[in-house]
Design a protein around this ligand. Structure first.
Ligand SMILES: Cc1cc2nc3c(=O)[nH]c(=O)nc-3n(C[C@H](O)[C@H](O)[C@H](O)COP(=O)(O)O)c2cc1C
Length: 379
C-alpha cells in the first residue's frame, strides 16, 4: 500500500462526515434529503412569502453597537426559565410532523436537545406521541405546544397527559386558528395532516378517541382537521386552561403590545413573539421588528421568548439585545434533522452555541444580565 492509499483508507475508516456550517448549507443539504412535498412544506411560507422574507431581512436592519474593555473572560450565557437554568438561551421550536424530515422524527430531536440541555417543545401535530417523546429523553426539559381543539376536552386531556409525562410548560399557539394560505402546498397538493402524519397525539388521546364516530383512518383525519381549526379561540379559553393546569402557560404568536396587556391580565406566564416563520398571515410585521414594543409592554414581568428568522448566532444576540430572554430555533434544527438525524440537530445547536458565545464576547457582554449595555441602532 503506498502512502496515498494508506491515507485514503484512514479517512474511510474514520468515516469523516463533513457537516454544513451556515443555515444556507444546512438548507441545501436538507433539500436534497427530503421528499419535494415535505421540503416545500418546510421551507415555504404563506401568500407571496412577504413575511418570511421580512423576518430574515429584519435582522439586517438592526445593528449592534458593541462595548469595549469589558472583561468578558467569564463568559456565561445561561438563562433561567420557570425555575430551571439552561447553559444557552435556546429552545427548539415546536415543529409538527418531524418524520417528514427524518424517519426518527421528534425522537431524534428530543434526544439531541436533551444531550445539550436545550428545552424541546413538542408540537400537538407531532409524528410521535407525548409519552413516546418523554420516554426517549426522560431527563431532558420538554414543553408541550397546544393547538386548541374545538372539542376542548381534547385540549385539556392532552395538557393533562403532558403534565403527567413530565413536560414543564404549555405553549398555546394563538396565530393558527386556521392554516395560512400556503401556495406551495396548495400547488403541490401536499397536506401532511390529511395524510395522517400528525395524528400521534390524537390517536393516543382518550378524549379524542371517545369522541370519534368511527375509528377508520379517514374518520380520524377528518376529526383532527375539524378539531384543529378553532376560529372561536378567545381569551376565555386561556382562562379555562389556567384552571386546568399548574404548568406555566405561554402564548406563541403575540405581535401586538395590547395583546400583552390582556395576556398579563389573564395570568399568562410567558410570551413568544413569533409570526410562525411567515407561515400564517402573510404581510405581517417581521417578528424582530415587533419584539421591542412587546418587551416594553412586558417590562420584565414574565419571560419574553422569540422566534421567526433566527438563522445564526448574531441573530440571537440581536434578539436578546432587543428584549428577548431566549430564542426558539426553528427551521435550522429541522434541516439539521433532515440532513443528519440526531447528530445533525446537535451540530446545529453546537453551531449556534459557538457563534453566539463568540458574538457576545465581541459585543462586550460577559453574561446575559448585561445585555442592556448594548445599543441597537437602525442600520
Ligand atoms: C415545517 C414547520 C412546521 C411547524 N409546525 C408548527 C407546529 O406544529 N406548531 C407551532 O406552534 N409552530 C409550528 N411551526 C412554527 C415554528 O414553531 C416557528 O414559529 C417557526 O419555525 C419560526 O420561524 P423560522 O423557522 O423561520 O425561524 C412550524 C414551522 C415549520 C417550518
Amino acid at each position: 500500500m503506498n502512502q496515498q492509499e494508506g491515507l485514503l483508507s484512514v479517512e474511510t475508516d474514520r468515516k469523516e462526515i463533513h457537516f454544513p456550517l451556515s443555515f444556507e448549507e444546512w438548507e441545501q443539504k436538507a433539500a436534497g434529503m427530503m421528499q419535494p412535498g415535505g421540503y416545500g412544506y418546510a421551507c415555504s411560507g404563506a401568500g407571496k412569502g412577504e413575511t418570511g422574507r421580512r423576518n430574515e431581512e429584519a435582522f439586517g436592519k438592526w445593528a449592534i453597537v458593541p462595548r469595549m474593555l469589558s472583561d468578558v473572560s467569564d463568559g456565561d450565557m445561561s438563562v433561567t426559565l420557570f425555575g430551571r437554568t439552561y447553559k444557552t438561551p435556546f429552545l427548539l421550536a415546536p415543529i409538527g410532523m418531524q418524520k417528514l424530515a427524518h424517519p426518527e422524527g421528534e425522537l431524534a430531536s428530543v434526544k439531541a436537545a436533551s444531550n445539550l440541555n436545550v428545552p424541546f417543545i413538542l408540537s400537538t401535530v407531532a409524528s410521535h406521541s407525548i409519552e413516546e417523546v418523554a420516554a426517549a429523553a426522560p431527563t431532558g426539559s420538554k414543553w408541550f405546544q397546544l393547538y386548541w381543539s374545538n372539542n376542548e376536552e381534547i385540549s385539556f386531556s392532552m395538557v393533562e397527559r403532558a403534565e403527567k409525562a413530565g413536560y414543564e410548560a404549555i405553549v398555546v399557539t394563538v396565530d393558527t386558528v386556521r392554516t395560512g394560505f400556503r401556495e406551495t402546498d396548495i400547488r403541490s397538493e401536499f397536506s401532511p395532516l390529511s395524510k395522517g402524519l400528525g395524528k400521534a397525539n390524537y390517536v393516543s388521546d382518550p378524549a379524542f378517541m371517545k369522541a370519534l364516530k368511527s375509528q377508520d383512518d379517514d374518520a380520524i383525519v377528518a376529526s383532527i382537521l375539524e378539531n384543529i381549526q378553532t376560529l372561536s379561540l378567545h381569551w376565555r379559553h386561556i382562562a379555562k386552561l389556567k384552571e386546568r393546569t399548574n404548568l406555566p402557560i405561554l402564548l406563541k404568536g403575540i405581535l401586538h403590545p395590547e395583546d400583552v396587556q390582556t395576556a398579563l391580565e389573564y395570568g399568562v406566564d410567558g410570551i413568544i413573539v413569533s409570526n410562525h416563520g411567515g407561515r400564517q398571515l402573510d404581510g405581517v410585521i417581521g417578528a424582530l421588528d415587533a419584539l421591542p414594543s412587546i418587551a416594553e409592554a412586558v417590562q420584565k414581568r414574565i419571560p419574553v421568548l422569540f422566534d421567526s428568522g433566527i438563522r445564526r448566532g448574531t441573530d440571537v444576540v440581536k434578539a436578546l439585545a432587543l428584549g428577548a430572554d431566549a430564542v426558539l430555533i426553528g427551521r435550522p434544527f429541522l434541516y439539521g434533522l433532515a440532513a443528519h438525524g440526531q447528530q445533525g440537530v446537535e451540530k446545529v445547536i453546537e453551531g449556534f452555541t459557538r457563534e453566539t458565545e463568540i458574538s457576545l464576547s465581541l459585543s462586550g457582554i460577559a453574561n446575559l444580565s448585561q445585555i442592556g449595555r448594548l445599543k441597537m441602532v437602525r442600520a
